[in-house]
Design a protein around this ligand. Structure first.
Ligand code: FAD
Length: 473
């Protein structure tokens, strides 16, 4: 009998999984699934322990969902990506596999690993799929067949393609001949530090993720454009971790969005959310076209000459949420405690680290990856390079957020700040963004630090440092 092997990576679901769908198409083939954990690699890249816990919990859910369809899941461990090649070879030989199916990952190390696997498997047909994106990298290009470097024209071309040819969504495969696997399943474990995540905040299996998506589209999407910038409001989907680890596909998001808001494709209600899904695509297309981004090189070369400061006590204070700027500290505490941070706050704290503390954006990028449940190389690198003005279509370097006015603008009454900084409970709302001034005036001693930097001076120093780098001084 023919055996098809599906190699799961960041696509932990049975619905609308292109590789799984293709492997199951031939009814009389037996289908086997494989996941290769690489804890040593995760350690090197500092995967957040909450993301590891989410992954392991979803591997267990995947094992169950596959077993219900008659597909066994093998879970193996490899030390490095090079060892993954050997694992695949061994599995293919042991099970007489004739074809390997997998969904592409676009990071450079993963692409090199996949190329090595394809070279090693001489007698096995390998088929890869563009599953984690709506449109394949390289398929949305300028008239000169170049990758767009600016988001808006990319988005316009992307939307034209979507309107012409909407990518289809696939059902989960039917139960294989022979029926569901009735044997007891051993729990999947991986030797990597794990930290519990809040199961109310982040879906614990595919069904929950789909229910969250449905609920968001029905109840929150209409207000998304108005609410999404205010961290005190639960106005965004919180589906990023599901998209990062492939518990949901972007096609499922798009189809659900269009079911409730078909006008989104034409710029109507829902367009703002679609816009964010397209930012996600933009960054994936970019790392595929410019793989040096995966190696943390800036897109704009001269920015590598900025004279960054050595991370010191100010960096530790930023990490710990003790900078003395309430909006920065509340945001960092939210991430440290939950593994997630609101998008507006990610922009503000990234700008603060780079442009107030003049610390290399790569330090912040690395710290985010070590904490975020939704840590994703393309989106994280894109976000950091945007904030640091080192990326394509980034904020211009002279645009520097003022942490106090950003707080006043996006958390006016300090509702979000109070949630995360109980030390400020006694501070009146009018002073919540400048508690040190209030404390001085009212002669109260707060158990909360004074600002670690003077924003005005820091701004001048940063502009000078970027200017010098640009002019090659
Ligand atoms: P929603 O507002 O509901 O958006 C829907 C989906 O669109 C998100 O789940 C996400 O997949 C995608 N998305 C939204 N905004 C962006 C964006 N700006 N760029 C790329 N994709 C986007 N996102 C990650 O998934 N992983 C990261 O590691 C990550 N790091 C970031 C670092 C910085 C410095 C910045 C500024 C942004 C980062 N983002 C990252 C993007 C964004 O902040 C998160 O995707 C978003 O906050 C997730 O919340 P949500 O699911 O409620 O998003």
């Amino acid at each position: 009998m023919t055996t098809h092997l599906v190699w799961f990576r960041t696509d932990l679901r049975v619905h609308d999984n292109l590789a799984l769908t293709a492997a199951c198409r031939q009814q009389d083939a037996s289908v086997l699934a494989l996941y290769i954990a690489t804890p040593a690699q995760w350690r090197q890249h500092q995967m957040a322990p909450r993301q590891a816990a989410f992954l392991v919990s979803h591997l267990n859910a995947l094992q169950q969902a596959l077993a219900e369809r008659g597909i066994p899941l093998l879970v193996k461990t490899a030390n490095t990506y090079a060892d993954s090649v050997t694992v695949i070879e061994e599995v293919c030989a042991a099970h007489d596999v004739s074809a390997l199916f997998y969904n592409y990952q676009y990071e450079i190390n993963e692409r090199q690993r996949d190329a090595a696997v394809e070279r090693a498997l001489e007698n096995v047909t390998c088929q890869g799929f563009d599953d984690s994106v709506l449109l394949a990298p390289g398929s949305v290009t300028t008239g000169n067949h170049e990758m767009y470097k600016v988001f808006t024209p990319f988005k316009n071309a992307f939307l034209r393609r979507l309107r012409d040819d909407l990518p289809a969504c696939h059902h989960a495969p039917a139960v294989r001949e022979g029926g569901a696997l009735n044997r007891a399943l051993s729990p999947v474990t991986v030797d990597y530090p794990q930290q519990p995540f809040d199961a109310d905040a982040f879906p614990v299996n595919e069904q929950h993720a789909l229910a969250r998506l449905r609920h968001f589209c029905q109840h929150a999407l209409a207000r998304y454009d108005a609410d999404r910038d205010f961290p005190a409001i639960d106005g965004t989907s919180r589906l990023s971790v599901c998209l990062t680890l492939g518990v949901l596909s972007p096609r499922q998001c798009l189809h659900r969005l269009l079911k409730t808001h078909p006008e989104a494709l034409e710029g109507g209600t829902g367009a703002a959310w679609l816009n964010e899904l397209i930012w996600r695509e933009f960054y994936r297309h970019l790392i595929t076209r410019y793989p040096q981004l995966c190696k943390h090189q800036p897109f704009i070369d001269w920015t590598d000459r900025v004279a960054w400061k050595t991370p010191d006590a100010a960096f530790t204070a930023w990490q710990n949420g003790e900078t003395g700027f309430p909006i920065i500290d509340a945001a960092m505490r939210q991430m440290n405690a939950t593994g997630w941070m609101h998008n507006r706050l990610r922009m503000i704290v990234a700008s603060f680290l780079v442009k107030d503390l003049l610390i290399d954006w790569r330090e912040g990028e690395r710290y985010f990856m070590s904490q975020l449940i939704d840590g994703d190389l393309a989106a994280n690198n894109g976000g950091w390079q945007w904030a640091a003005s080192t990326g394509t279509d980034a904020a211009p370097y002279f645009r520097i957020f003022n942490p106090t006015t950003q707080g006043e603008k996006f958390d006016k009454a300090g509702e979000f700040i109070r949630r995360w900084i109980p030390e400020l409970a006694v501070v009146p709302t009018a002073a919540i963004h400048t508690p040190w001034q209030w404390a001085d005036k009212s002669q109260v001693i707060l158990d909360y630090p004074r600002p670690t930097v003077d924003h005005k001076q820091a701004r001048e120093a940063t502009l000078a440092a970027y200017d010098a780098a640009r002019k090659g001084w």
